[in-house]
Design a protein around this ligand. Structure first.
Ligand SMILES: O=C(O)CCC(=O)C(=O)O
Length: 261
């Protein structure tokens, strides 16, 4: 049995790590979950992936990128505990430097041998949220994710988009050709580790060349005072219900996080 004291808590985060997140646009935090938590969350995740309808991302000519159960926190109390996990969300608040709400969560599965890479992209254009200075994703590995299982790769520092370049859903190398020559950081994760990335950080993931599915929970947190800002590019606005443009995203669907634990 793994003791809770082995996990990395918000109190143990070094100022260096927070600084690194702000300058690089991502950070790897090992052991945000104990081994017991990983076991419990993985068992529940596997059941949800079996039982529920899944959305699927296919890339023409390349095959399946991944499939996912949307809003798992609304389907399972166990997944809700993970999406709102006090340790993870308080780390997210430390990185963001302010109070946050959950915007959405997705239970991701990159299938076994043959699942193709996740193309290079940024997340921000898909979010109908005014202002993107704060929005970030916690990507929690529920199985070991070595490079050959399709771990995430980030372009450090790419979250700072030059004035006027307009962070958009265009292919990042088309929008900013210089990024082709920037170093990339590929981050293998052990089960229970987490990466946090800013919504404007350019990132991708590799193929899954193993016979074990890559299972993870990706949860997006936003400024606690964020408002609804629909634009034609945004793909998640259909999911925003009962909030007028300009209104606060403060209904129970977008709970405050980091408050306990
Ligand atoms: O899991 C992946 O392959 C990609 C995830 C991603 O792009 C994200 O969580 O922003």
């Amino acid at each position: 049995m793994t003791k809770a004291t082995n996990t990395v808590t918000p109190e143990k985060l070094s100022p260096d790590l927070v600084e690194r997140y702000r300058s690089q646009g991502f950070v790897h935090v090992p052991r945000v979950l104990s081994a017991d938590e990983v076991r419990e969350f993985l068992a529940d995740a596997a059941e949800l992936l079996d039982l529920h309808e899944k959305a699927s991302w296919d890339e023409e000519g390349h095959g399946n990128v991944m499939d996912w159960v949307a809003a798992p926190e609304a389907k399972s109390a166990v997944m809700r505990r993970l999406a709102l996990h006090p340790g993870i969300t308080r780390i997210a608040e430390k990185l963001a430097g302010q109070p946050l709400r959950m915007f959405k969560s997705e239970l991701l599965r990159k299938r076994t041998i043959g699942a193709t890479r996740t193309p290079l992209h940024i997340d921000n254009p898909a979010f109908p949220i005014a202002g993107a200075d704060v929005t970030l994703t916690a990507w929690v590995a529920l199985v070991d994710v070595p490079t050959e299982r399709g771990c995430l790769t980030f372009i450090p520092g790419s979250h700072v988009w030059p004035e006027g370049s307009g962070a958009s859903s265009a292919e990042p190398f088309d929008a900013r050709p210089e990024l082709r020559w920037w170093p990339q950081a590929t981050i293998p994760l052990r089960a229970g580790d987490c990466t946090f990335h800013h919504s404007r950080t350019v990132h991708m993931a590799g193929t899954n060349e193993t016979d074990t599915a890559r299972i993870s929970l990706a949860t997006v947190y936003m400024d606690a005072t964020a408002t609804y800002h629909p634009t034609p590019e945004e793909t998640y606005q259909d999911e925003v219900v009962g909030i007028e443009p300009g209104g606060p995203l403060d209904t129970p669907r977008y709970p405050r996080v980091g408050l306990t634990g």
